[in-house]
Design a protein around this ligand. Structure first.
Ligand code: NAD
Length: 361
């Protein structure tokens, strides 16, 4: 029996995760599976209930479970809290505590949704790229960081730094994924300006020697941001650090039409018994502007769970069935508001969840 920790978080998190839970219940009931759900708190709702955005019980449960499904965290009501108590700290904290260093963010444009993209059909149609982002290092975690008064004025500072071992392990992750795809890795950096990126590029060259079947290229991040909207289909696997990956993956999200469609997986290293820590979550945030209105698209969360089936639970067949169920309701013209186009039928968050489940049975 697999144990999955469910962390809905804040805002639309609860609504979208509720749809994934329905999927899990349906797989348990109709596909003879036994996934056991454990529920926990994270983010602003955890702060309200316990005074911490990452309560100890959540962390303990996270370490005991086979995998984690998370909704999203954040909201305006927690923005004035001390930085350490803000919802986003809970998310960064759990990623760091579990050492989930490899963040996989596929961007696939389903042919049914080619019109949802703001880019021309021929530029994005058939898009299938994977962003591999380093998730627990770089400037988001680097020390020293903080504020101080310097030369009589306020001064804010952060540190962008990586050890070569941190760079190498995310490199291996990306090359191994590329081996299962089109065997091309494009490593994104800013090596012309930043020393930390010079090291990144050097280490990627070294790692690539272990993967002679995979082609490695390098691109500066400013060019990559431009190429992603100019000709995104040139990429197979984009490999990048924490900061650049955060930005480029949101850009890639918009290529597909909506943040509401993009899943992600965050993976750790395998232990001696072959067990790997993992967390699955949509790329988007808690969308306070639409929370509680039944407008949120649950597809990114449901596809995140499909990634969990594939990468953590070794249930490839069920993952494929779930992805096909999503495609099939899109074929039928069902759309949440964010991806609605002329002639399609608008459905709520919950109706979208029910429709996907109906295709699974
Ligand atoms: P956001 O991703 O929450 O929303 C950006 C826009 O996309 C909004 O207009 C929103 O309505 C829309 N959107 C997002 N997800 C959607 C979905 N599933 N269906 C339909 N539309 C969707 O980003 P934001 O507005 O910059 O941030 C809101 C809060 O979320 C902030 O507190 C931020 O810190 C937090 N955040 C959390 C995560 C996370 O939990 N992983 C990621 C990003 C932002």
């Amino acid at each position: 029996m697999s144990k999955i920790l469910i962390l809905p978080g804040d805002g639309i998190g609860k609504e979208i995760v509720a749809q994934a839970i329905k999927v899990i219940d349906s797989l348990n009931a109709n596909h003879n599976m036994s996934m056991n759900l454990v529920h926990g708190l994270i983010g602003g709702s955890a702060y309200d209930a316990t005074g911490s955005p990452l309560p100890e019980e959540t962390l303990i449960a996270a370490k005991e479970c086979d995998s984690i499904l998370l909704g999203a965290v954040g909201g305006h009501q927690w923005e004035s809290l001390e930085r350490e108590l803000r919802p986003e700290r809970g998310l960064l904290g759990i990623r760091a505590e579990l050492d989930l260093f490899s963040n996989l963010r596929p961007a696939i444009l389903y042919p049914q949704l080619a019109n949802a993209s703001t880019l021309k059909n021929e530029v994005v149609s058939g898009l299938d790229l994977m962003i591999v982002r380093e998730l627990v290092g770089g400037i988001y975690f680097g020390q020293p960081r903080g504020f101080e008064i310097k030369d009589g004025e306020r001064f804010g500072f952060n540190s962008a730094n990586y050890f070569e071992s941190e760079i190498a392990r995310i490199g291996h992750s990306a090359f191994q994924i590329a081996q299962k795809r089109d065997k091309r890795v494009c490593s994104i950096d800013k090596a012309n300006v930043l020393e930390v990126c010079e090291l990144w590029r050097e280490v990627m060259e070294e790692v690539s020697k272990d993967y002679p079947d995979v082609e490695l290229s390098h691109m500066y991040v400013d060019n990559a941001a431009m190429q992603l909207v100019r000709a995104p289909k040139q990429f197979d696997v984009i490999l990048t650090d924490n900061l650049f990956g955060d930005i480029l993956s949101d850009e890639a999200a918009m290529l597909t039409g909506s943040l509401g469609l993009l899943p992600s997986a965050s993976l750790g290293a395998k232990d001696k018994n072959g067990k790997m820590r993992s967390m699955y979550e949509p790329v988007h945030g808690s969308a306070p502007d639409i929370a509680g209105k039944g407008l949120a698209n649950p597809i990114a969360t449901i596809l995140s769970f499909a990634m969990a089936l594939k990468y953590s639970l070794n249930l490839d067949k069920e993952a494929d069935a779930l992805e096909k169920a999503v495609q099939s309701i899109l074929d039928e013209g069902l759309r949440t508001k964010d991806i609605l186009s002329k002639g399609m039928k608008e459905v709520s968050t919950s109706e979208m969840g029910d429709a996907i489940i109906s295709k699974l049975q």
